[in-house]
Design a protein around this ligand. Sequence first.
Ligand SMILES: Cc1cc2nc3c(=O)[nH]c(=O)nc-3n(C[C@H](O)[C@H](O)[C@H](O)COP(=O)(O)OP(=O)(O)OC[C@H]3O[C@@H](n4cnc5c(N)ncnc54)[C@H](O)[C@@H]3O)c2cc1C
Length: 344
Amino acid sequence: MKKYDVIIIGCGPAGVAAAKILINNNINFCMIDKDKFPRKKLCAGGLTNKCVNLLNELEFNFKNIPYNEIKQLSVRSNNKIYTLNLNDPAISVDRTQFDNNNLNYIKKYTDNIFENEQVKEITDSVVITEKDNYEYNYIIFADGVNGISRKYTNKILGFCVESNIKGKTTNDNILLSFDNIKYGYSWIFPKQGFNNIGMGKFRFLKDNYKEMLIKFCNESNIETKDIKLSGFHIPLFNTKRNLVVDNNKLLTGDAFGFVDPVTGEGIYYALLSGKIAAESIVQHINCKNKNLKHIYKKNLKKVINKLNFRKILNFIFYSSLRSIIIKVLFFNKHTKKFLEKMFN
Ligand SMILES: Cc1cc2nc3c(=O)[nH]c(=O)nc-3n(C[C@H](O)[C@H](O)[C@H](O)COP(=O)(O)OP(=O)(O)OC[C@H]3O[C@@H](n4cnc5c(N)ncnc54)[C@H](O)[C@@H]3O)c2cc1C
């Protein structure tokens, strides 16, 4: 049976960031994903400036694929449009191509990437897939919101729907509307030749998403006759979950619920938690008498504090005060700076 120090389950952003750190530290690892890449991933593909910086640090180059530079953020609230120029532009990519490009970079360093192979079971020392068995010392769960790690966590979920619609795009402007949905927002993200349109909610409440999204598109002059919606869960950040299981299995990205409670940003937090998980394992290998859970928790402290603060902001922002808060945030250059930070 093949044996690896670390098995990474999932080849999305959390998985590839972890892989890059293990490569840098010469750790024997493999990656397993149930899908063959390029695989479809529901996502608006918005990368904030801090995400771009982290990608650069990890040496992933999103400029290999088509992308839009977003220089302006428009916000609709109470039927009024407010705009904000972004000093540090955000990036909009096609998520399928983005994940494939990142994985291709990892493939330059290792052949131990097993795609199209679903993990079915995990014992104390063996990962069992539909094709093979692999022995491990550590596991990094980077398997997203609905992966096999779900059985170790008690996740509370929100919900998003989206559709890619061909046609004219705004190129360098994204629109967020807070008018059409409670506890969340609708968006238009321009891509190369199409718009990604969607809405997401930080509560798991049933709603007529199709009707709401068509209304949003009509208000935004977007043709809806071919609209086909796909929906997916988004995890809500909650520190009461396990970060580490059995002192050798670490949860990262959506598998834990590292998603910004105000904006829904998850790619940056997936990359960051994947990186920190791998760094924590390297530290543990070098100092076995330390507890891995303590190491990982300590290394994540800043991230967890930040997301806990954003959780409080979520309750304030997604309340009946929302339109007043937006008005205040767009009031002058100082308040706009705060807003820019929120989306940066
Ligand atoms: C509609 C929508 C729009 C979004 N828009 C944005 C956005 O614009 N910007 C942003 O920052 N975030 C956005 N997010 C959030 C973001 O997509 C996630 O937070 C991010 O993808 C998490 O990355 P991950 O690596 O943790 O998991 P994923 O990217 O979900 O990767 C998990 C991988 O694990 C694999 N896997 C799962 N189970 C198994 C198994 N049993 N065996 C083997 N492999 C398995 C899957 O095939 C997958 O490849 C959006 C989310 C949704 C739903």
